[in-house]
Design a protein around this ligand. Structure first.
Ligand SMILES: NC(=O)c1ccc[n+]([C@@H]2O[C@H](COP(=O)([O-])OP(=O)(O)OC[C@H]3O[C@@H](n4cnc5c(N)ncnc54)[C@H](O)[C@@H]3O)[C@@H](O)[C@H]2O)c1
Length: 450
């Protein structure tokens, strides 16, 4: 099949590389000319494990190419995937400007197709509110085109950090469409992946497909906020959240996934998708009370690590620069491990709060330092490795669960710090072991020791 992937970000690049891997001819399109130039030269602008290998294989084989102009591939394409960003607008809704611009561009270019060509399957892969497939259809129709097309909703469930594996081996593929032709094109594209994974195929109407994506993200986010709240209670009553989460996760009705307490969820999806779903509900006269509380609980959770630092150092409200002279090492900037994505990451809030109290901060991350540098520049110092980051710090803070941090030589870490004090937002270590090694150790949902 010939496939156009419009938008070459985290989702578009992974989709493009994986569809090429399955034997399709793929043209990736982006408005960002500098990005397209880099991609043509084989430079991948994002970090995603495993992408490199597939990307280069198919750039070399010619099955994967890039352009700034979707007209370069529209005439022959069987399907055109819209994978552009849908950021949060000021009122919380999903900003659909980029999606609608692409719809317009597709409509304007459709005349390049033969009059008797099969209908182009236009696929909304971006996360978009209910009704967007219909709106995209309206915008394309509004360009006055007389060529055949259909609009399909095909939400994406990949996770940054394991995106290639998720795409090549999906649990399920959801396709919201109204015709057998569209379904057959989508099936042909996804069949190799579903065959390999044994994943399920769900055909439904576009509105249900659109809502499925938001409902999935809302469910995952609420599990995180739930366990974070239980973790807070564990601290107050002297219980251990590790015991609680393991035992409740063993119940097959509950399961263990997404029950890890932490410093609050961030990233490019959960925060904005929850807001967009709340907005959709409000527009239809519903209040999603559980979801509103999930958002609120997460706002609180993002402050928890900073509160522990303030409590430990005896910061009183109102005193000017109460942490002046204190220096902190911060491990982890990305919103989670195995990605360089810093959108809505809790680390940036933590840095701001420490600096506003007069402290200085040295940071380390395995992939996200360039993104942070371009966002906040010299507000912090950037360490070449986790150990160097700890040099002369009054305490070590951990915000991202990179496995290398868990494997760090804590003796060496301690030798660089001024004091053996750690605030572990990811529960990488066991409190008893930390106590035995002489650390003052604060974590999430477990008793502080030392
Ligand atoms: N990142 C994830 O983990 C993830 C997972 C599932 C779903 N999604 C959804 O997928 C969508 C894309 O997310 P992303 O993280 O890949 O975004 P991104 O910001 O990384 O990439 C979007 C790309 O689209 C390009 N673009 C914008 N307008 C364009 C146009 N008119 N023509 C061509 N290109 C254009 C931008 O230049 C950018 O490169 C969003 O709706 C997001 O919510 C993301």
């Amino acid at each position: 099949m010939r496939v156009l992937i419009i938008g070459s970000g985290y989702v578009g690049l992974v989709a493009a590389a994986c569809f090429a891997e399955a034997g399709n001819e793929v043209l990736g399109v982006d408005v960002d000319a500098a990005k397209v130039e880099r991609l043509k030269k084989g430079e991948i602008p994002i970090f995603e494990p495993g992408l490199d290998e597939i990307f280069h294989r198919h750039l070399a084989s010619g099955r994967l190419a890039f352009s700034t102009d979707l007209r370069d591939g529209l005439a022959e394409a069987d399907a055109a995937f819209i994978c552009v960003g849908t950021p949060q607008a000021e009122d919380g809704s999903a900003d659909l400007r980029f999606v609608m611009r692409v719809a317009e561009q597709i409509g304007e270019a459709l005349s390049l197709r033969a009059v008797d060509a099969k209908p182009l399957v236009v696929v909304d892969k971006s996360t978009v509110p209910v009704g967007t497939a219909a709106r995209v259809h309206g915008v394309i129709q509004g360009t006055g085109t007389d060529r055949a097309f259909e609009v399909v909703s095909n939400p994406e469930f990949l996770r940054e950090g394991s995106a290639i594996q998720d795409f090549l081996s999906p649990d399920r593929v959801v396709v919201g469409c109204g015709s057998d032709h569209a379904e057959s094109v989508m099936k042909a594209l996804y069949e190799p992946f579903l065959k390999a994974s044994g994943g399920k195929w769900f055909r439904m109407d576009p509105a249900s497909a659109e809502l499925t994506k938001y409902a999935a993200n809302a469910m995952l986010a609420l599990r995180i906020s739930f366990i974070n709240e239980i973790a807070g209670l564990c601290e107050s009553v002297g219980a251990d959240v590790d015991c609680v989460k393991t035992a409740i996760g063993a119940d097959h009705r509950i399961g263990p996934a997404f029950l890890n307490p932490g410093p609050g969820f961030g990233g490019s999806c959960f925060p904005k998708d929850l807001q967009a779903l709340l907005k959709t509900a409000r527009e239809h006269g519903h209040s999603l009370m559980v979801l509103a509380s999930t958002v609120e609980a997460n706002r609180h959770q993002k402050q928890v690590l900073g509160s522990k630092v303030r409590r430990h150092f005896g910061v009183e409200g109102g005193a000017p620069a109460p942490l002046a002279g204190k220096h902190f090492a911060l491990w982890g900037l990305a919103f989670k491990a195995h990605t360089d994505d810093i959108r809505e990451t809790m680390s940036l809030e933590l840095i701001d709060s420490l600096i506003s109290l007069g402290a200085t901060v040295a940071v380390h991350d395995f992939e996200a330092m360039p993104a942070v540098k371009s966002k906040i520049g010299s507000k912090v110092t950037y360490a070449p490795d986790p150990i160097a980051c700890c040099e002369g710090a009054d305490a070590l803070l951990i915000a991202t669960e990179w496995p290398q941090y868990k494997a760090a030589d804590l003796g060496l870490v301690a030798s660089k710090l001024k004091a053996k004090v750690m605030f572990d937002g990811r529960n990488l270590f066991r409190p008893e072991a930390m106590k035995a090694a002489g650390w003052v150790y604060h974590s999430i949902g477990r008793r502080s020791v030392g």
